[in-house]
Design a protein around this ligand. Structure first.
Ligand SMILES: *Cc1c(COP(=O)(O)O)cnc(C)c1O
Length: 361
């Protein structure tokens, strides 16, 4: 027997001992002792043959949570979104989305690369999802010269716009506008559980007017690996074929589905991450030279213009002081709270960041 398996909390201490507070993303969490145990004990089979009981259980739990007929387990959110896009569309069509959408901006041009689909972007601004008018204006009807709009995608929470929790009404009216044009809607819900906790709703409710969605188990929920695509039975069967095409047909995947099942228990506690993010933003906003608006969820955006330095310079300087986070834009940084940081870590991070800001002022 080696040392006891680390828990999330153990690793917080561990990181503090190492002197690093890691706020780069909610993907940096380590699996808890319980998750490691679940992985070790999971009944498994070959999931490509649909023989893995743990994956099957995860897929049915995810579908129930989302209020959809079916779900398919995928290794990453990126694969989930891109498989959904491929399943919804035909080669040559257009996909309409916000210009800051993850599917457009951060997935290596997967829309054209993997689906031969052309993105048409609109600026959704602070609302984070396109308005019905933007959808109607961006829609392209199929004719001899034009390929037609094959899909509208929405994102909730919206990552690049600062973890915005998009209210259900805004999702609904966008979905209705697309459906009126005969266009299906996919929701990139990498952090859908955060949106639901922030808005005091549940995934089934949030998704009831969209056709399909993806959500990650590996972000705020703390699973080591995995996301799910949810939707109608026939769609999910199609997405399962595309998953195979993209190289995501996994075998004894119950080993990773088991900790992902444990992760589903972590939905309600996301409220703690949101409270920590609020605390972090308020404290950073009090530091001269920094501005940090009150966040909706677990992503804190910090503006560094007041210090006269770029986001990158600031993030690098804080990294030297053992607070890790990323530059987001020219003069902004993004800090993310998660399962492995608590209030004390937040306060310690603020002290270190304040010292860096003072040096730069
Ligand atoms: C992280 C993220 C993804 C991709 O998930 P991965 O598991 O990192 O591939 C997709 N969409 C949004 C909004 C995300 O934040």
């Amino acid at each position: 027997m080696g040392p006891p398996p680390p828990t999330g909390r153990y690793f917080t201490v561990h990181l503090v001992e190492q002197n690093v507070i890691d706020l780069r993303s909610d993907t940096v969490t380590r699996p808890s002792a319980e998750m490691r145990e679940s992985a070790a004990e999971a009944p498994v089979g070959d999931d490509v043959y649909r023989d893995d009981p743990t994956v099957n259980e995860l897929e049915s739990r995810a579908a129930a949570l989302a209020g959809t007929e079916a779900a398919v387990f995928v290794p990453t959110g990126t694969m989930g979104n891109q498989a959904a896009i491929r399943t919804h569309t035909e080669r040559g069509q257009e996909l309409l989305c916000d210009e800051q959408a993850h599917v457009y901006k951060w997935e290596l041009g997967g829309i054209p690369q993997l689906s031969s689909v052309q993105p048409r972007i609109v600026d959704a601004g602070d609302r984070a999802v396109p308005t019905p008018a933007q959808i109607r204006e961006g829609y392209v009807a199929e004719d001899l010269h034009r390929p037609g709009t094959g899909l509208v995608t929405l994102e909730n929470t919206h990552n690049s716009r600062g973890g915005v929790a998009v209210p259900k009404e805004h999702v609904d009216v966008a979905a209705d506008a697309a459906h009126d044009l005969g266009v299906p809607v996919h929701l990139d819900g990498a952090r859908l559980p955060n949106a639901c906790v922030a808005l005091d709703t549940d995934p089934a409710e949030m998704l009831d007017r969209v056709d399909t969605a993806m959500f990650c188990l590996s972000k705020g929920l703390g699973a080591p690996v995995g996301s799910v695509v949810v939707g109608p039975e026939e769609f999910v069967a199609g997405a399962r074929r595309v998953r195979k095409l993209f190289g995501g047909g996994m075998r004894q995947a119950g080993v990773v589905a088991a900790p992902a099942l444990d992760a589903l228990e972590n939905i309600d506690r996301l409220a703690e991450d949101h409270a920590n993010a609020e605390r972090l933003a308020a404290e950073l906003d009090d530091i001269a030279g920094l501005a940090a608006p009150n966040p909706d969820t677990n992503l804190v955006i910090v503006h560094t213009d007041g210090l006269g330095v770029t986001g990158e310079t600031f993030a690098d300087a804080c990294g030297e002081r053992d607070v890790a986070f990323s530059a987001f834009d020219d003069h902004t940084c993004r800090l993310c709270t998660h399962l492995d940081v608590d209030e004390r870590d937040i306060d310690e991070a603020v002290d270190r960041i304040a010292a860096v800001a003072e040096e730069l002022r």
